[in-house]
Ligand binder design. Sequence first.
Ligand code: AMP
Length: 143
Amino acid sequence: MPYDKNNVFARILRGELPCIKVYEDAQTLAFLDIMPQSDGHTLVLPKEPAVTLLDLSPEGAAACIVVTRRVAAAIQRAVGAPGLLISQFNGEAAGQTVPHVHFHIIPRFPGLKLKPHGREKADPDRLDQIAARITGELMAARG
Ligand code: AMP
């Protein structure tokens, strides 16, 4: 599938649409999912245009997994989650809805079921509060 330059994440990467950013470097961007499946649900994506993980360069894939690991640790502390689900969909048949490769970091809590995927918009103030906690943990980890 050819890369659609106007998919929603491409537009966020170009700054044409807003996002609740928690981390950015030369190769990656991480922001909160606006329809989170649990508190702290975050997406990590490469800046490189690629639809699926298989379209992404090895360097882009390596950058994403390193950042996913770092951001996941900060999320875990920020929301006090004992578990983290890290997932990644490749192609519509697998459930991918936005055609720019991304990793989901989804905090898990015992006995708490996940909300449905990409269905219910969260309260923007609550998302801002959670993002501030995550960025605080990322800064603290850097020392
Ligand atoms: P996927 O099905 O893996 O492609 O997941 C796409 C995810 O992006 C879903 O969890 C959506 O809730 C999320 N999403 C869609 N639009 C936005 C947006 N503008 N900002 C943040 N997250 C979004």
